[in-house]
Write a protein that binds this ligand. Structure first.
Ligand code: ZN
Ligand code: FE
Length: 254
């Protein structure tokens, strides 16, 4: 199995070390900054071989150049945004397969937060890295895409097996949960999860990873077909994409 280590960066970002022990291949996903990654590598006695970027934003690529210079790691990111990924070696897109040691990674294009956003799916290890597209109980802002695009991107991720672990780019879970509760105050899975999340945060622990199954039950952005949510919005007869757009609009104002 892969070993996945969470590395807190900046204020509320997470980078992840993905360690494939058979070949000692070690990737970092979305290094915001180099120093915490270097410290985590030293703590786990690992040598970095790859940098994986979900999208171009500085809080996901800020450590690229320093880490590449210090370790010689190869940088892999979205082909559609290759010109905005510092130090990129390989651009990848929808359906492509990469080898990380003996592990296979599948790429999904999941645009809307940025036009070139991708996800990394390790099917055998039940893990997906979703950057700023799917958060625990939330989704990213629409900086470079439409609600319809984001709905399509999230729907792609929501189809993954329920036990797939979701590793996202930020610790936004508590405030996402408070927003979700305004739309589905009677969702028992949501209420239970908010208690668990508050408990983790009180202990200073990450709420990540989530799973696709938990997200389907608690993430309002995956739940435009929920009767209660539609009633809260007064949108009983709209199509899912339209309901999704309204949820995103309300979250922007929350
Ligand atoms: Zn971002
Ligand atoms: Fe971000």
């Amino acid at each position: 199995m892969l070993n996945i280590h969470t590395v807190p960066c900046l204020n509320d970002n997470y980078a992840y070390l993905v360690h494939e022990p058979t070949t000692r291949t070690v990737a970092v996903v979305d290094p915001s900054e180099a120093a915490p990654i270097i410290a985590a590598l030293a703590m786990h006695n690992l040598k970095l071989t790859h940098i994986l970027n979900t999208h171009h934003h500085f809080d996901h690529t800020g450590g690229n150049l320093e880490l590449k210079e210090k370790t010689g790691a190869r940088i892999i990111g979205p082909k559609a945004d290759a010109d905005r990924i510092p130090g990129i070696d390989t651009g990848v897109g929808e359906g492509e397969l990469l080898a990380l040691g003996i592990k296979i990674v599948r790429i999904f294009n999941i645009p809307a937060h940025t036009r070139g956003h991708i996800a990394f799916w390790f099917e055998a290890d039940k893990a997906v890295f979703t950057g700023d597209t799917m958060f625990a109980m939330g989704c990213g802002r629409l900086f470079e895409g439409t609600p319809a695009q984001m709905w399509e991107s999230l729907s792609k991720l929501a189809k993954l097996p329920a036990d797939t672990r979701v590793f996202c780019g930020h610790e936004y879970t508590q405030s996402n949960g408070r927003f979700a509760l305004t739309l589905e105050p009677h969702n028992d899975a949501l209420k239970k999860r908010i208690i668990e999340v508050d408990d983790l945060r009180t202990q200073g622990l990450p709420t990540i990873p989530s799973t696709i199954g938990i997200e389907r039950e608690t993430n309002p952005f995956l739940r435009p077909s929920s009767k209660e949510l539609r009633k809260s919005l007064g949108m009983e007869n709209a199509d899912d994409a339209t309901v999704f757009a309204e949820i995103r609009r309300r979250k922007d104002e929350f």
